[in-house]
Design a binder for this molecule. Structure first.
Ligand SMILES: [Zn+2]
Length: 238
């Protein structure tokens, strides 16, 4: 069984690339974000606890007992899967790593890296598609013009033309939405989590050689980043 985790700073789109990789490998996706969104949408008791935590501590990691409750079912499923599993910006710290270790054999961790100034610039423009959850960014100028013309022709909201999906998506209703955690104090907290929890975990993993940690530099072209991720996983680009 093969287990791969993709982690990275805000705007690295680790979660999104992990979902692509999970589809590519035919392996279950293990995502705190996805599992939490489901519980919160269904207003379960766990979902209400997550809501309460998020309201008070936006941008912070959920406490480990909540994460354990969230991830036990997908991790148990994944541990039985023949095709491995893909961690979507998980594990993000030592505690999460220790929890994961009880379910899965030592893993390969891909760390998406980029210059903080560039990532901060990207996040200022970042949107998420309300229809398909994919990240959206302003397209290059020529593409933006073509998209605006197309939007006019099809009488879809002009806002949709100002942002495009990070990679081509079969999405019929592109709807860019600004994420509350992409700005202000919640964003600062997310950076702090990355610097104070994720980076020390990676350093510890490298040192102990508990797993293979591979740095993959983010390119301005998402397709190039995707190519590099596949290469790190010994998978062909096709
Ligand atoms: Zn979409």
């Amino acid at each position: 069984m093969r287990w791969v985790a993709l982690v990275g700073p805000p705007a690295s789109e680790a979660r999104f690339f992990a979902s692509l990789l999970s589809a590519r490998m035919g392996a279950p996706l293990v995502s705190v974000h996805k599992a939490a969104a489901l519980e919160r949408a269904h207003r379960t008791f766990l979902g209400q606890q997550l809501d309460a935590h998020a309201a008070e501590h936006a941008g912070e990691l959920f406490p480990l007992p909540l994460v354990a409750q969230l991830l036990r079912p997908p991790l148990e499923r994944a541990a039985r899967s023949e095709s491995g599993m893909v961690g979507a910006n998980f594990p993000r710290g030592r505690e999460q790593w220790r929890m994961l270790r009880t379910f899965a054999p030592p893993a390969q961790v891909i760390h998406l890296t980029g210059r903080p100034a560039e990532l901060r610039g990207r996040i200022a423009h970042r949107r998420v598609c309300a229809a398909c959850e994919a990240p959206m960014y302003p397209p290059p100028e020529a593409m933006a013009k073509a998209a605006a013309a197309e939007a006019e022709k099809r009488s879809v909201p002009r806002s949709a033309a100002l942002f495009s999906h990070l990679v081509e998506a079969g999405c019929v209703e592109p709807s860019p939405r600004r994420e509350k955690t992409d700005e202000g104090a919640p964003l600062d907290t997310r950076w702090a989590v990355y610097e104070e929890k994720t980076l020390p975990m990676l350093a510890e993993l490298r040192e102990s050689q508990a797993t293979k940690v591979i740095d993959v530099e983010i390119d301005v072209e998402p397709d190039e980043t995707w190519k590099r991720i596949l290469k790190a996983c010994d998978l062909p680009y096709a």
